[in-house]
Design a protein around this ligand. Structure first.
Ligand SMILES: Cc1cc2nc3c(=O)[nH]c(=O)nc-3n(C[C@H](O)[C@H](O)[C@H](O)COP(=O)(O)OP(=O)(O)OC[C@H]3O[C@@H](n4cnc5c(N)ncnc54)[C@H](O)[C@@H]3O)c2cc1C
Length: 306
């Protein structure tokens, strides 16, 4: 059974600061620009998260938590229940000495800019990753030799039963694109503390610019995507394996292995989630056939595909 009008009205009454919409196309909230409608889409403020998840728990309404949607493939049939978007309404960032305290919806680019403004070094690697801090913790996002694990002190999370837990960086079991949070659905990252080092603002800015230049040069940033589609298999690069299998530019409908960087699947215009998924399966099959190596998605698939 779908969500009822009464449940929608009750949920709406819980949101006064954040935003609330129904039948919201998820394509508006993913960097892939793909995804069907969410029954209810809520962008809560910090204090609105608990009442929403408590109500959903009581009413057995499924809740899907997202950040900036930059590592997601959302099915064409959308998402049943509530999508809780930890984003614009939860994006405060503050600096205390060498520590940054930020809400999970803050974009990595904003947190990195705050670090630079405070002459704190260590976060330059993350400035160009288009995710939220919460999403970056969950994914242990990383680039150019750095990863969240290197700078994270701890995170505060809320669980569907209403418990607040603080996890130290060790407790989060962060490894390559993996965290404990992934194995605990219903755990919402609310805020995080990062530890950086004093540095030269000029050098921090220079590094950020250099890395942005590298992204611009190597990545197909002119097309919607979710970044690297597949994880790096131990001892290989997914992009190189895909290229060697002759798949540069290989397409299913408007979903295409990028001509510029084979590690990215891009949306050439009107790609559907079904096309991206079919393309990914075919890429996995042909890479295995060509090189014997299994590659697995980094992109997380959510919602209903058919
Ligand atoms: C052009 C481009 C370049 C990219 N480059 C990189 C890169 O260099 N390195 C890299 O690691 N990634 C990269 N990515 C992928 C992506 O930006 C990262 O994985 C990022 O950390 C995802 O954050 P997000 O907020 O967008 O999360 P989403 O994509 O919205 O969600 C990702 C996962 O985290 C969960 N989640 C999100 N927020 C929360 C929260 N507050 N609480 C609980 N769960 C949550 C979601 O349920 C989902 O499972 C790139 C993507 C693009 C489009």
């Amino acid at each position: 059974m779908g969500i009822t009008i009464e449940q929608i009205d009750n949920l709406k009454s819980l949101i006064t600061t954040g935003s609330f919409v129904t039948k919201e196309p998820m394509a508006r909230h993913t960097t892939f620009r793909i995804g069907g409608e969410a029954d209810v889409f809520i962008e809560p403020s910090f204090s609105e998260v608990l009442p929403v998840i408590t109500y959903c728990q009581e009413q057995q309404i499924p809740v899907t938590v997202i950040g900036n949607g930059s590592n997601l493939l959302v099915g064409d049939k959308g998402i049943r229940g509530v999508v809780l978007s930890i984003g614009k309404s939860m994006n405060s960032v503050s600096v205390e000495g060498n520590t940054i305290i930020a809400e999970a919806g803050a974009l990595l680019s904003s947190v990195a800019a705050a670090a630079k403004d405070a002459s704190l070094t260590g976060m330059e690697f993350a400035a160009g990753i288009p995710g939220s801090l919460g999403g970056a913790v969950v994914m242990n996002a990383g680039a150019y030799g750095g990863e969240l694990k290197d700078i994270l002190v701890d995170v505060t999370c809320l669980t569907v039963d209403g418990t607040v837990d603080t996890y130290s960086v060790e407790e989060l079991e962060l490894s390559y694109r993996h965290s404990l949070i992934m194995e605990r659905p219903g755990t919402i990252v609310m805020s995080a503390r990062l530890q950086l080092e004093p540095g030269s603002q000029e050098e921090i800015l220079a590094t950020m610019r250099e890395l942005a230049g590298k992204r611009q040069e190597k990545q197909p940033l002119n097309f919607p995507s979710a970044g690297s589609t597949f994880k790096r298999p131990v001892g290989y690069f997914a992009g190189k394996l895909i290229e060697d299998a002759g798949l540069r530019g290989f397409a299913v409908g408007d979903a295409q292995v990028s001509e510029k960087h084979c590690g990215f699947v891009v949306n050439r215009g009107n790609a559907t989630a079904a096309e991206v998924r079919e393309l990914m399966l075919e890429v996995q099959r042909r890479v295995k056939e060509d090189s014997g190596v299994d590659i697995y998605p980094e992109v997380r698939m959510i919602g209903e595909f058919e």
